[in-house]
Design a protein around this ligand. Structure first.
Ligand code: XMP
Length: 526
């Protein structure tokens, strides 16, 4: 195991992911995790992440007392990255000071000649481009350390003390702007630390099934709300494999789904995955509660509340049917949510769990007292897709763009029940998405959708003056939805798609494209 101690760097997740890409299991915990908790995990390598602080700042985070001794006594290899390297230097008796020149962005480094721990034979004596982002630098190394790379400006870029197993990189090997960074990590972890690259998704699957079988007693029942998204579907499929039909899933049609969405996802759940799923058509219920409501937050709250009522009823009916209260709830929580929910002290990061729960279904009734099964909580999105693939979830399904919990309600601005707004939006969205698929662009776009505006504009169609609706097309690229760029379609694609929409969707005479990035806009319009 490679354990990452997080000191607040924006790249900490990336280090974890990069190491997993080498087929090595890595986990990330807060930098201040107590020593006994670290020891329980028995890491062979500990990586100290970067962070926004200076080691001299008041309250600058550091590892627990006794960590250095623990590492040395247990033969643990320690690699510090950026702030992590400065911590090593400072704690082992060297000096870190404000650098003469600050180094930000792409830099050239020269790797020293001769055998070393951090660089393989192909890298020694050569130059590399790396990504730096630091103000402080190591000006005096602790005893026994050598410099194995310097920036061309002369500052220390990599250090090591092989006999004590301490290593440090002043730059970020995990980012793509350090093109040889992965080679450095591979050489260090596999060749120097002797870690085996044998972490496989198949093992994760088998381990999770074992854990779930141990958790859920033979007379216990489990419930799961399927949203039609990748995470809840993969989580449910995995739990189903472990406990069979003691899993009970529910899929709610809230009347805010896309074109033929209910049929499409239900067919995947039933025909491809054989999941025990009840489909509840609650569209009337949702839409009647949303009638006349224009405020975006109010719309979200109403949808969240209705969902809870339906889920509660489902659990009660199940209790009557199987004669026992369900005891567990499956959730498709992913690793980034888990990491972000315990930010390192002093990092200034917010408690993003609260942000996410509003993004999901709005929380579940408190008195249900369900225990959670979160089989994906140590995985990143791309790993969930791999797991889904092993579980035979169709590829087309695994690559679906994200879709918000409140569905089309956040894409029809204002009152969603007015006129045939939802119907128009479904048709426009379907044409747009199908055109994107036909052009082979679906997988290059992170998310694409249409928005319905509650305004009308004047047009002319077939020699007739029209006064019809305006729709907006939005397509973005993004890593995680937190920031986004708008996607640049070529001219012909746009011309074709606008023609198809205006020719096929009654009531639309104007199509706009949203070319705003996030920030300042959000991805959704409400
Ligand atoms: P925003 O609009 O916040 O969207 O920039 C970022 C990503 O989150 C999705 N989104 C939601 N997902 N429930 C969800 O499950 C929600 O209430 C919700 N609001 C936005 C959005 O589609 C985008 O992928």
């Amino acid at each position: 195991l490679v354990l990452i101690l997080d000191f607040g760097s924006q790249y900490t997740h990336l280090i974890t992911r990069r190491i997993r890409q080498l087929s090595v299991l890595s986990l990330c915990v807060s930098g201040t995790t107590p020593l006994d908790a670290i020891a329980k995990l028995k890491p062979r390598v500990v990586i100290l992440s970067g962070g926004p602080h200076s080691v001299h700042a008041a309250g600058a985070p550091s590892f627990s007392d006794g960590f250095i001794e623990y590492a040395e006594e247990n033969g643990v290899f320690v690699l510090g990255i950026c702030y992590g390297m400065q911590l090593i230097v400072q704690k082992l008796g060297g000096v870190v000071a404000v650098g003469e020149k600050q180094e930000y962005g792409k830099m050239e480094i020269a790797v020293a000649e001769g055998e070393c721990g951090l660089y393989g034979p192909e890298a020694v004596g050569g130059h590399q481009t790396v990504w730096m982002s630091h103000g402080d630098e190591a000006v005096k190394l602790p005893e026994g350390f050598t410099v194995v790379a310097r920036s061309l400006q002369g500052s220390v870029a990599a250090i090591e003390n092989r006999s004590r197993r301490f290593f440090g990189l002043q730059y970020h090997p995990e980012v793509t702007h350090s093109p040889q960074g992965m080679d450095t990590l591979r050489h260090f972890l596999l060749d120097v630390c002797g870690i085996s690259a044998d972490w496989k998704m198949q093992d994760v699957l088998e381990e999770e099934i074992k854990v779930i079988k141990g958790m859920v007693r033979p007379d216990e029942h489990v419930i799961c709300a399927l949203s039609g998204g990748v995470d809840s579907t993969v989580a449910a499929t995995l739990v189903h494999k472990a406990i069979g039909d003691r899993l009970h899933c529910v899929f709610v049609d809230n009347g805010l789904l896309r074109y033929k969405e209910r049929e499409r996802v239900m067919s995947t759940f039933q025909s491809d995955l054989h999941l025990p799923v009840t489909c509840i058509d609650a569209s009337e219920q949702f839409l009647s509660k949303l009638k006349g409501v224009k405020d975006p937050e109010m719309k979200r709250k109403i949808i969240g509340r209705e969902f809870i009522c339906i889920f509660d009823d489902f659990a009660q009916e199940l209790e009557q049917k199987v004669g026992k209260r369900p005891t567990f709830l499956v959730q498709g929580t992913l690793y980034p949510d888990v990491i972000e929910s315990c930010p390192p002290p002093g990092s200034g990061m917010t408690h993003s769990h609260t942000i996410k729960s509003h993004h999901n279904v709005g929380g579940l009734p408190k008195d249900m007292k369900l225990k959670l099964i979160e089989p994906l909580k140590f995985l990143f999105k791309d790993e969930v897709r791999k797991l889904g693939s092993i579980l035979n979830v169709p590829e087309l399904f695994l690559r679906r763009h994200p879709f918000p919990g409140p569905g089309l309600a956040v894409r029809v601005l204002g009152d969603v029940t007015e006129g045939n707004a939802l119907e128009i939006l479904r048709q426009v969205d379907e044409i747009f998405i199908q055109s994107i698929r036909d052009a082979g662009l679906y997988d290059s776009i992170w998310q694409a959708f249409a928005v319905f505006l509650p305004v009308q504009s004047v047009g002319v169609q077939g020699d007739q003056r029209t006064h019809s609706h305006v729709v907006v097309l939005r397509a973005i690229t993004s890593e995680d939805g937190m920031t986004a760029d708008w996607y640049y379609f070529d001219h012909k694609f746009l011309v074709d798609v606008v023609r198809k929409i205006c020719n096929n969707v009654r009531g639309v005479n104007r199509v706009c494209q949203d070319i705003t990035s996030k920030p300042p806009a959000t991805v959704e319009w409400e």
